[in-house]
Design a protein. Sequence first.
Length: 386
Amino acid sequence: MQRQRFKDKLQLTEGLKYYTDKQRATKDESVLTSTVDESLKFDTAVLVYVSDLHIGTFDLDINWLIEVTNYVLNTPNAKVLLLGDLLNTAILNAVSNMYEDIAYPQEQWQIAVDLFSSLAKQEKIIAICAGNHERRVYKQTGIETLRQFAHAIDAEKVYAPYYANIDLILKCADSPNGKFTIPIVAHHGDGVGNISGVKKLQDIDSSSYINTVGHLHREQLMVRGMPYYDSKSGKKYKKAVLDIILPSAGGGYYAKEKMLQVNYKSPYLALEVTAVKNPRYEKFKNSEWEEEEIIPAIRTIPIMQAADTAQKNKYITTANKIIAQKEKDLNHEFLVKVSELLKWMREQGLDITNSVRSALNQEIKRERARENSKEVVLKLQDRNKE
């Protein structure tokens, strides 16, 4: 009966043959799968994530973005991942208003090229993911603005229409082969299906240590315990995974309307990543769920240029003012406490030697004199500024 069912076969038409040939010849470019091997040069990498710039809106701090770009250019082990919505590209029927942008889409595109072409020349960019603002142009016109951007800066090989799956390889003295691979997964995030949350990115690569999305216009980092089974060794492991939601740097009036958070001075998140020996490895070596022997060590770092800038000086001045005020508050609190102690001892009729009382009083006088001299100096400085 089975033989009879398949005795007659469908004769392939030219159209069907052409379609199957096209399928065989077509490469799936929807996902970026790549390796970034730094094991001959660095044991530490700085991953700079940039998302939701919305170039074209009024609230993007372009000068701060230039600072970030300069930092990456002058930091040998820094790499950049651009995770979409770089351009606002408000068009007809879009949720954001095309008449509120301060730059037309073509101007937005050119600004992005000007900003990131120098990074591409040094092969600093390791992923360019499309966001929903760029994809809406593709849906209506068939033009992939970020693919064209990637092509213009000669970085099309790192373009990812949907998500990026990257193996970062670093030098590691504790590893038997002298290197350690850190799988990372990144996506713009668009609220559709399994890609909407950073936790779901784990399904794309179960071995990943860092999962990152943008789109949500808020900054959030969460460390999550992740059990997994290693088919090669047949062992069960547990590891820590870092899930990240990136901040935004723009959004215009639409972002204000939807009360989306905008971090004007933080259009990026910088992670310093290295590989270290796990301090918990020996303790759980023979347990049912083992710890990994080598693990990534990750911390967030601020980005500031080595050279003095107005922004840096502003931060330093503010920090010094805060420190000075704290010192003053602490000195005042100390004087109050000592005075209260002496008063209480007198009220209780407790005897205290004249030498101790004299020493305490002398200390109070010295502290007050120091406070008064500081105030005089500060007043003189203020007068000199005027």
